[in-house]
Ligand binder design. Structure first.
Ligand SMILES: [Zn+2]
Length: 215
């Protein structure tokens, strides 16, 4: 990395290794990276249905693209230069929605501690935008099954971790804890309520006025 200092930027370099189950967006190159290892179940499989694949890798791809328009990526232009390309009116409205996103997660109890809404806001913006986009495209498929789509979205977030790791992640990780990413972001989608027949008295119910969608 030191050798690259003051050299022309090498856009052919991969952001991570092929064996990692992960994905990323880089604002200073405006590119997305998907290592080979994430292209397997539950994210993607030829034998999975279209609804499963959209709830899986579809939502991840859309998440990474949405990072280009989160509160961080929004400061970079299409070439990866830090530049303000917003109209004043749009940016103001975006900032107010960003604050709502902070408020939606801030202070939620998790494993005896509380979520820091400001720390996780850019990932939540990418999650809500990504899931909404994947859902919109998936709905145009002839045999779309909304329930299957959301079940596979949930499978993306299965995790096993110790109490200590959870506590450490809560204080430094820019991602919300996986179960919260799974449930709260899904609660922001109107289609969830229809697919699972969720009523006001159910635990997953979130009032329509509190559901968030930035894009
Ligand atoms: Zn992300």
């Amino acid at each position: 990395m030191f050798e690259q200092y003051h050299r022309p930027f090498d856009r052919s370099k991969w952001n991570m290794s092929g064996y990692e189950v992960n994905a990323s967006y880089n604002p200073s190159t405006n590119d997305i990276t998907f290592p080979a290892a994430i292209l397997q179940r539950p994210f993607y499989d030829l034998k999975q249905t279209v609804s499963q694949n959209y709830g899986g890798i579809g939502s991840v791809i859309a998440h990474e693209i949405s990072h280009a328009f989160d509160n961080n990526g929004a400061n970079f232009d299409e070439l990866g230069n830090m530049k303000n390309w917003w109209t004043q009116r749009d940016y103001k409205s975006f900032q107010s929605l960003t604050q709502k996103m902070i408020d939606q997660f801030d202070g939620i109890s998790y494993m005896g501690r509380k979520v820091n809404g400001a720390l996780v806001v850019n990932e939540n913006i990418a999650d809500v935008g990504g899931l909404a986009c994947a859902l919109e495209v998936a709905k145009s498929e002839p045999n779309f099954n909304c329930k299957v789509f959301f079940v596979n979205w949930a499978l993306n977030w299965r995790i096993k971790s110790t109490k200590q790791i959870n506590e450490m992640l809560l204080s430094v990780d820019v991602h919300s804890p996986a179960p919260l990413r799974c449930n709260i972001i899904a609660q922001d989608m109107d289609d969830l309520y229809k697919a699972f027949d969720i009523k006001k008295t159910d635990g997953m119910w979130l009032d329509k006025t509190q559901r968030l969608n930035i894009w």
